[in-house]
Design a protein around this ligand. Structure first.
Ligand code: TXA
Ligand code: MG
Length: 314
């Protein structure tokens, strides 16, 4: 609790704090302080045209941060907040332009992690936070991952252990007639469609100049990643393998094998994805082969991250 008070004080004074959420660790600053938000971009080496999600701990905050709240947003908030769903609607005037990278819509979510909620309440201001990794690199699901990348470049890292969901929030824009999926994530698309009906899938960023946040190579380890088709070329290379479920045989042919789920469960697989990729990335491999997972439920978010890690999304 002392640590959270200290963190809140840093946020109020315009500093940066890394904090755990149920999805991944965030790198937070006071969302209403443009200079503080500017430091997030600097420290992450993030392009200024990539907008940042604002985190809140009180439902009523949406009324002052968005210019209006529609019925679909209300239904989705009621069902999935606090939790791994981010919603975007036109922003209000109090939100600095740097937060939305000049876009007219603002993405907001209410995390369910108790440390994140206490921090936001204690800071008494909404917190702008991207994932706490250098731009383009793997998202952090433990405080160690954040330390490795930012060390003493930020004021404080709150350690809340491992992130239970392990994959970033689902991002939905409600600014148009039809809900639009901007990023698959911790809430399955099927669950969202149960509440608001058909959701459109946003085309890749290259075909969508006004929404620059989703570059085709992202969430990447330093080691090249390839989605495994067939057996994969191994001649003379140090190859690591990422599998969905344990393999009956053939694992001995790889330098190292990481398994996403012992039982073939996509929720467990999502929770382990970045942890396994971080581990593989430390092994000095020439290439990481990733076995595809079924594209249902959280499998959609897992395949999105693997394709982006491999740079083959577009
Ligand atoms: O689970 C999460 O969402 C984590 C935790 C820390 O909350 N945050 C996170 O933030 O993943 P970040 O910045 O790494 O990814 C946010 C994504 C980016 O693809 C960004 O372009 C998109 O959301 N985004 C944010 N604000 C947006 C906006 N106003 N309009 C369109 N896309 C937006
Ligand atoms: Mg990120």
């Amino acid at each position: 609790m002392e640590e959270i008070k200290k963190a809140a004080e840093i946020i109020r004074k315009g500093g940066l704090v890394a904090f755990p959420t149920e999805t991944v660790y965030g790198l937070g600053a006071d969302a209403l302080n443009p200079r503080a938000v500017a430091r997030i971009f600097e420290v992450k080496n993030r392009p200024r045209l990539d907008p940042i999600i604002v985190h809140i701990a009180d439902f009523s905050e949406v009324e002052r941060l968005w210019s209006y709240v529609d019925e679909r947003a209300e239904k989705l908030m009621e069902k999935f907040w606090p939790g791994p769903l981010t919603l975007a609607l036109p922003k209000s005037d109090i939100v600095p332009d740097i937060v939305t990278a000049g876009l007219s819509i603002l993405a907001i979510r209410m995390p369910s992690h108790p440390v994140a909620l206490s921090l936001i309440k204690e800071a008494e201001t909404p917190i702008a936070a991207p994932s706490a990794n250098l731009f383009g690199y793997l998202s952090p699901t433990s405080a160690e991952h954040v330390k490795e990348q930012f060390g003493n470049k930020i004021e404080l890292i709150l350690d809340g252990g491992r992130c239970p969901v392990g994959i970033e929030s689902t991002v939905i824009s409600l600014a148009e007639k039809k809900p639009l999926l901007l990023r698959p994530g911790g809430v399955a698309l099927e669950e969202i469609e149960n509440i608001v009906g058909k959701v459109e899938i946003a085309p890749p960023a290259s075909a969508r100049p006004q929404s620059p946040g989703q570059l085709s190579r992202h969430y990447s380890p330093r080691t090249p990643v390839k989605i495994l088709v067939g057996k994969g070329e191994r001649e003379g290379k140090k190859v690591g393998l990422l599998v969905f479920t344990p393999r009956a045989s053939g694992e001995g042919e790889y330098e190292v094998v990481e398994t996403l789920s012992s039982k073939g469960d996509l929720v467990e697989a999502a929770a382990n994805l970045f942890l396994c990729l971080h581990r593989l990335d430390r092994k000095g491999l020439d290439v990481i082969y990733a076995e595809p997972v079924p594209e249902v439920g959280l499998g959609r978010a897992i395949m999105d991250r693997l394709r982006k890690a491999a740079g083959t999304l577009d």
